[in-house]
Each structure stands twice: as C-alpha cells, then as structure tokens.
Design a protein around this ligand. Structure first.
Ligand SMILES: Cc1ncc(COP(=O)(O)O)c(C=O)c1O
Length: 346
C-alpha cells in the first residue's frame, strides 16, 4: 500500500504500544458499584485539574454533553448555543430525544457568542414562551476551525449567566488544545462554568472516553443519566488507564499538532483556488475555502484521496484538515506536496 496521510479527524488515532501497556496493566473493578480504582483515580484527577468538586467518566463526548444537558434542564426548556455548535449539529438530535429540550441556535462570530446576543435571546417570562434553561459554549470550536474562545468573553458570559440564574455548560471536547495554545489552565477556563465536558479520544489519542465535571449534586444527577443511557461500564478501568496515560504523555505534545496545522495552512494558503483565513488557525484544525471555478471541494478531496491524503468536505466549498498524534512532519510535507500536485494549474 502507498503512503496514507489521514487528516480527516483527530479521532482516528490508534492507541500507542505504551498506551496499550498501560491499559493491560490497569487495576479494575465494577464501576457501576463505584469500585473501579482506575476510573476513580481518573475522576479525582480530572476534578482536581478542572477545579471542580466531582467528575464522571463517560463513553463519549456526546454522552458527556447529553448527561450534562439532562442534569441542568427540565423537559420543554430551551438551551441557548451557537448555531454551529457540535451539540446543535452533530449529536443526532439527542437533546430533543433525551432531555426533551429545544435548542435555540444563535449566530456566533466564528462560534463566539456575545452577552448582547444572549440577552436578546432570553425569552420573556410569559406562559406562551419556553423557559430559557441553559447556555452552552464550545471551546475549541470545531466548526469554527478549532477557534479558541477568548477568556474575556467567557468571563462576561459567565457573569451574565449568573445574573440570570442560568447554568453555563462548556463543550470542551478540545479544551486540552485551547489550554495548550492559549497558555490558560483547565482550571481557569472551567471556573467560569457550572459544568464542562472534555474528551480523551480526540487530540489526546485515547481510544474511548470523555469526562463531565461539575458540582457534587450535578455529578450525582449525571451519574443517574449515564446509567439510563447505557453508559454504566463495568471494568472500564482499562479505558480510564488510556485516558490517564494520554493526559500525562499526549496533552503536552498538542503544540506539535498546532505547529503542523499552522504550517499546513500557511503552505496551502494562496495556492490557486484555495483561501485560508489564517487568523482562524489557532489549534489543530484547518478549514479552508475552495473556489469552485478552479476545482470543486469534492473533486479536490477525491484527487487527494487517490494520492493517499484524506480530508473531509465540510460544508459548501469548504474542506477540513486536522492534525493529530498519528501524523509527523514528513506526513505533513507529503500532504502539502500532494496538494500542490493535484491542483489544476500546478
Ligand atoms: C466539539 C465537540 N463536542 C463533542 C463531540 C462529540 O464527541 P464524541 O464523538 O466522542 O461523541 C465532538 C466530536 O467530534 C466535538 O468535536
């Protein structure tokens, strides 16, 4: 088989031999009884890292967000979030199915909402309207190209949410990346939120698993919903061991992914028919625009794939490329060379 450089997603990574070793030697117990020492260790570590009272290990980022939504809201309430949020677009309509809430998508600027937008979206206290029950933010923002939420805006939104007695949830699937790129600790980011979800199975390279963090009562409710959604895993310490390994060994190296994403973006920027807004390339995701008069996004992705370079078509005339643990400098060079060679005027 020829060379293959897969830039479709940071969820594609395979556990390294060292991570598999850590999984093999994990101490386990029945986590539904609260007796898995490795899961307990991970939950304690995450509570400490995020400065929250408690943490709950769950199977996926989607499950993390959904148990959080359910734990914060009542059926029929409305959740305010950016219209490009993962929860709004890619969680299979679960908020309506599971928590029975409706989502109110707001037009954020590159995924970033303002207090003014949120204030305008609050419903009047009149029985005709749904009650606003929760605000969700996403950091980094996937559809906005891995953009980092400015802390100053988070602080303002947090103060606003408190003033309205509204809980604030963070979809921090890639908060690890934001933290490394912005030099802001997880604890500092999380202190402005009532709850947060973080994934181990994206840039961190673990095969499975996410975490929800928050206050003790919130986590107690989340524990109930996790069980209800079939997320009570028994000897899950094998998975928690991968997450613990990933935090220690793969979190600090995310800056390599960020450097490679930047290099890739700069290298393809300005090629015929390709437009990259370099200001949006802040972490490990590069989203760029293709001029259909030169080549269609589908054709470009198809040609790249023939040469072993994989990317996603991500909306009209848009393509997404993501750097991750399983790619090195040579892979990125190969992707850039291939890119140049498949464009029509090259
Ligand atoms: C921002 C964000 N939130 C949540 C998720 C959901 O994670 P999972 O695929 O583990 O359900 C993703 C997955 O890509 C994501 O990008």
């Amino acid at each position: 088989m020829g060379k293959r450089v897969d830039l479709r997603s940071d969820t594609l990574t395979k556990p390294t031999p060292e991570m598999r070793e850590a999984m093999m030697s994990a101490e386990v117990g029945d986590d539904v009884f609260g007796e898995d020492p490795t899961i307990n260790q991970l939950q304690e570590k995450m509570a400490e890292l995020t400065g929250k009272a408690a943490a709950l290990f769950v199977t996926s980022g989607t499950q993390a967000n959904q148990v959080a939504l359910n734990s914060h809201t009542q059926p029929g309430q409305e959740v305010l979030l950016d219209i490009n949020a993962h929860i709004f677009n890619y969680e299979s309509g679960a908020p309506a199915m599971l928590a029975g809430v409706q989502l109110h998508g707001l037009n954020g600027r590159r995924g970033i909402l303002t207090v003014e937008q949120l204030r305008a979206a609050l419903r009047p206290g009149d029985d005709h309207y749904p009650q606003t029950g929760l605000i969700c933010l996403e950091n980094t923002h996937n559809r906005a190209g891995g953009a980092i939420y400015p802390l100053s805006e988070i602080v303002r939104i947090s103060e606003f949410a408190k003033s309205q007695r509204l809980p604030l949830h963070l979809d921090g699937a890639r908060l690890w990346n934001a933290s490394i790129a912005a030099g802001i600790s997880l604890k500092e980011y999380c202190r402005y939120f009532d709850s947060a979800s973080l994934c181990f199975s994206k840039g961190l390279g673990a095969p499975v698993g996410s975490i929800v963090v928050g206050e003790t009562d919130f986590i107690r409710r989340a524990h109930f919903y996790r069980k209800a959604y079939g997320g009570g895993i028994r000897q899950g310490g094998i998975l928690a061991a991968a997450a613990l390994y990933a935090i220690e060994h793969h979190w600090p190296r995310l800056e390599e992914d960020h450097r490679r994403a930047r290099y890739f973006a700069e290298s393809i920027s300005g090629l015929p028919g390709i437009e990259v807004d370099l200001s949006t390339v802040q972490t490990n995701i590069v989203i760029f625009q293709v001029d259909p008069a030169v080549i269609s996004a589908d054709d470009l992705v198809g040609k790249l794939e023939e040469a072993g370079v994989l990317m996603f078509v991500f909306g009209e005339n848009r393509i997404r490329a993501v750097t991750h643990l399983d790619l090195n400098d040579e892979d990125i060079e190969y992707a850039i060379e291939t890119f140049r060679s498949v464009l029509p005027s090259a």
